[in-house]
Design a binder for this molecule. Sequence first.
Ligand code: CXF
Ligand code: ZN
Length: 369
Amino acid sequence: MALTYKAAVLHATKSELSIETVHATDPAPGDVVVRIKAAGLCHTDLEVIDGSLRNPMPIVLGHEAAGVVERVGPEARGVAVGDHVVLSWNPHCGHCFYCDRDLPILCESYLGQAPLAVQFDGASRARLRDGRELKHLMYLGALAEYCIVPAQQAIVVPKELPFDQACLIGCGVMTGVGAALNVASIQHGDAVMVIGSGAVGLAAVQGARMAGAETVIAVDLAEDKLRLAQKLGATHAVNAAKENVVEAVRRLTSGRGADVVLEAAGSPRAFRLTSEAVRPGGEVIWLGKTDVNEDVAFRWGSLMQEKRIRRSSYGGARPLRDFPMLARAALDGRLDLEDLITARISLEQVNEGFAALKRGEAIRSVVVF
Ligand code: CXF
Ligand code: ZN
């Protein structure tokens, strides 16, 4: 049966997405057909729109989504029709050099094919009405009523979790909470500084508390975001527009600096701050990003003294293990997802949603289908 559905399609950089009826191609035997119920708008989608992240066009954006499984291919394992799933944007082969070293985010097939914006088997799963092939951002293209993905990308989560909260687990929450739980080695009683109070930073604040940090210092330029960080578990808030952040963190840590710094702001100033604010022997995790061709300068002295600096792109995600864990944490009240949702919008409002994200007004706008 031919499947047609609505999708948010980008035809050219710096233009608006158009909502179009598109035609699915036949699923592969290992695929599942997921009816999308909610999808968050992330900065990475915005980078494709503004052209700083190059992708072929026309392309369906969106990579943070949850939905219901409607069809399961004969070779798909681990999911059943009716399951509620959160989608992962990191399919991986499981047997290359990096998969073998527990780094699926560096999987050779995943990285090799990502710029092509196809599904993991190298083919597209949808066409425009005129027959032209559609591309899918980050192996998903989830700003659409349907996503056809290999079963490994559809992770079953408890049905009690509302879809608008569940979708956030697929990117921003996994990245932030995962940085604290999987990537950093936060010890009970640690002082953790989190730079940036957007979706990833607010998830990192919560992850730091889950990991046992006693002091969590949120840093941002906006008072309302800092207030939200405090509501979500930050013990201190520092407004970098008004205060000297390094002095503030030293004051709160007996002069040493933070044990762990999680960066989620994505600006050269924020990156520079990380190595200044961390204590000798402490750990820095960079989550944000800036243009790949931009230079970022550091004071050499700030990089000395046994500091450990690491970059992470998906919070060390092992989706099968982590997505259900994050869903349970949300259901138990240990992880607040509701407060990350600034607005619920329709697919037709997606351009307004991206404009709000660009202006820094939204933590997460969630398209609800
Ligand atoms: C990004 C992180 C850098 C690689 C692409 C995906 N994360 C989420 O949007
Ligand atoms: Zn994202």
